[in-house]
Design a protein around this ligand. Structure first.
Ligand SMILES: *[C@@H]1O[C@H](CO)[C@@H](O)[C@H](O)[C@H]1NC(C)=O
Ligand SMILES: *[C@@H]1O[C@H](CO)[C@@H](O)[C@H](O)[C@H]1NC(C)=O
Ligand SMILES: *[C@@H]1O[C@H](CO)[C@@H](O)[C@H](O)[C@H]1NC(C)=O
Length: 386
């Protein structure tokens, strides 16, 4: 009897064990395998998203590596969190509220043309200036817009300004426009943060009204330039160059998050910029004007105008070459020492200069040239003194 019970118990427990096993297998079948598949699917979802260029927020992107602008737009999704319309240079912003007289008769009929401007210019100087810098413009007009002082070269210097809320400053701008027709004023506030608009506006104007000059220069209003050295150097080489920007090259430039050149991560997320040339003195070949202007409208705005124009926009144009000039400097002392040591054999053609020194630099250059019997410029000391 006892034996029978034991046998039954064993048979019974064997049966239930098999049942439990079956149930377990069933559970594995029904739940575990699909679960695993789901987990694997979710794990690879990130890659699938990337495959179709769906952006994954907060995904870190590699910095400092050079990528073309289209990849760049996809990679740095986090930038778009901060997106606003004003993040681009629009036509509304670079429209001319005041436009300087054209350099030559227009290609297209219907453009405004002041017939007195029909001169074959050797150079166009686009000069970025603060609306309130009346004195700089007075001196620069004297140095560049008077044939007497630049003979045998003919220059058209025009000034790039923004809107001013100061009524006196704005009235002065309008008076200068009336008197000299050399002011280009854009539809943006005249402010350090808006310099990028100023630059693009300048190229937009040049492209429309002054594209037949031989050489074009874009510079700041605190730069002294020896126009003779400038044309002697550039007139022979520019006609043989295509798609080039000359200037002071910044190689693998770091992004500053503090100080004067501060740019925060919302404006530009990577740690380095593409190579660019400093904005105080830029000589671009004229064949890139159209493209520069068009591409500037589709690259995300950075308020440092030289980083934006000669770094980001230039890079997106793919095959534009930057050429470093070692004949320009932004260090006044370096220039002075060089001139003291080498006189007119000093290599520099341009220097960022204190306002009070602009005229004396010119006088010094003219003295050197007279001593060496070189042609050019006025015969006597420059007349603009107060
Ligand atoms: C100036 O810009 C504003 C938008 O900021 C626009 O509404 C206006 O039409 C622009 N003016 C001109 C003359 O383009
Ligand atoms: C053309 O420009 C000259 C000065 O450059 C000026 O005296 C003259 O009034 C202008 N004419 C017109 C029609 O704007
Ligand atoms: C220009 O700069 C001012 C001051 O920083 C800013 O408020 C404004 O939005 C900028 N842009 C334009 C188009 O004026």
């Amino acid at each position: 009897m006892h034996g029978v019970i034991t046998q039954m118990t064993i048979r019974c427990s064997k049966k239930s064990l098999r049942r439990i096993l079956k149930l377990l297998l069933f559970l594995i079948d029904v739940l575990f395998i699909p679960g695993l598949s789901l987990a694997v699917f979710v794990y690879f979802l990130g890659d699938i998203q990337q495959l179709f260029h769906i952006n994954v927020p907060h995904k870190k992107h590699t910095s400092g590596q050079s990528v073309n602008s289209w990849n760049w737009r996809v990679e740095s999704y986090s930038d778009f969190v901060y997106h606003r319309v004003s993040d681009y240079v629009t036509d509304d912003i670079t429209n001319f509220l005041i436009a300087a007289a054209p350099c030559h008769p227009p290609d297209k009929p219907g453009m405004i043309y002041n017939g007195t401007a029909n001169v074959d210019y050797d150079g166009l100087f686009l000069i970025s200036t603060s609306a309130s810098n009346l004195e700089n413009r007075r001196i620069l007009r004297h140095l560049y817009n008077r044939y007497d002082n630049t003979k045998p070269y003919r220059i058209r210097a025009v000034f790039l300004v923004g809107r001013s809320s100061d009524l006196i400053v704005q009235a002065n701008i309008e008076r200068e426009d009336y008197q000299f027709r050399d002011i280009i004023q854009g539809n943006f506030t005249d402010h350090y943060a808006n310099l990028t608009y100023k630059t693009i506006m300048g190229y937009r104007w040049a492209r429309l009204y002054c594209r037949k000059v031989k050489v074009m220069l874009k510079m700041d209003d605190d730069v002294y330039l020896d126009v003779f050295k400038f044309f002697d150097y550039f007139l022979p080489i520019i006609p043989r160059r295509r798609r080039t920007i000359y200037g002071f090259l910044n190689f693998q430039p770091k992004v500053f998050r503090e100080g004067k050149y501060k740019v925060d991560k919302g404006e530009y997320a990577k740690n380095t910029y593409p190579d660019f040339t400093s904005g105080f003195f830029i000589v671009p070949t004229l064949d890139i004007l159209d493209e520069l202007y068009q591409v500037s409208k589709i690259i995300r705005f950075v308020h440092l105008e030289d980083v934006f124009t000669y770094g980001l926009v230039r890079e997106a144009m793919i095959d534009v070459q930057l050429v470093h000039l070692d004949t320009i400097t932004y260090e006044w002392k370096v220039y002075k020492d060089c001139v003291n040591d080498y006189k007119y054999r000093c290599k520099y053609m341009a220097v960022e200069s204190p306002l009070s020194e602009l005229l004396s630099c010119y006088d010094q250059v003219m003295t050197f040239r007279r001593q060496l019997g070189l042609p050019g410029g006025a015969d006597k000391e420059t007349q603009l003194r107060h």
